[in-house]
Design a protein around this ligand. Structure first.
Ligand SMILES: *[C@@H]1O[C@H](CO)[C@@H](O)[C@H](O)[C@H]1NC(C)=O
Length: 199
């Protein structure tokens, strides 16, 4: 069981999203893969965050990874993303997202969202470490009736959250967040049809 990536993203209902803070644990990837895998996790998170409506929770699987996404909406327009492996249980993942977003809005003023590099939220690294064990999240779970009543949609591929006419290949090609090397990595992996090397 593994948590790879956590992010808080500013996602206004119209227009592009902005990554405010993130933390990753890519220790299971090789030295050569880490850079591109990290970039793809960021890309994957933003792509899904922009396609998750306000108040909505959804999970998107891609190969052996699952991105759980919660758009908290409200005045702050924040989305939480956690990328885990397939074994990580769904409810603790969403309970962590709620907790992280509550903590973030309590500690980081909205006025600083315009300058993400100045945001300090070291707690995200603590969450990443602590919640490698999902039982840590279980304790908060008990007070969260809300989640019991929420239906969480699981999409089997990232393509299924894209709008009609959108193609993952084109999004990858156009992304400014991905380096030329990562785009090449994506194309090669796709050509070889090798699952699991990258998102
Ligand atoms: C994640 O955060 C680091 C700084 O901690 C930043 O350099 C990087 O661009 C961020 N990743 C994304 C996808 O925004």
């Amino acid at each position: 069981m593994k948590v790879f990536y956590l992010a808080v993203i500013l996602a206004p209902p119209s227009g592009p999203s902005t990554n405010l803070v993130n933390a990753s644990d890519l220790s299971t990837f090789s030295f050569y893969q880490k850079g591109s895998v990290g970039e793809f996790m960021g890309f994957f998170s933003k792509t899904v965050a922009e396609r998750t409506g306000q108040g909505q929770r959804q999970s998107v699987q891609e190969n052996t990874y699952v991105a759980h996404v919660y758009n908290r909406g409200g005045a702050e327009q924040l989305v939480g993303v956690i990328i885990t492996d397939q074994e990580y249980p769904v409810r603790p993942a969403f309970s962590l997202l709620t907790k992280m977003l509550d903590d973030f809005t309590a500690k980081v003023p909205q006025s600083s969202f315009g300058n993400p590099s100045a945001i300090s939220f070291p707690e995200i690294n603590v969450y990443l470490q602590k919640y490698q064990d999902p039982r840590q999240a279980d304790a908060i779970m008990r007070v969260q009736q809300e989640l019991d009543e929420t239906k969480i949609v699981l999409h089997k591929t990232i393509e299924s959250v894209l709008a009609r006419g959108e193609k993952l290949d084109n999004l990858v090609e156009r992304s400014n967040a991905l380096s030329a090397q990562s785009k090449m990595f994506y194309k090669t992996a796709k050509k070889q049809n090798s699952c699991c090397t990258i998102m």
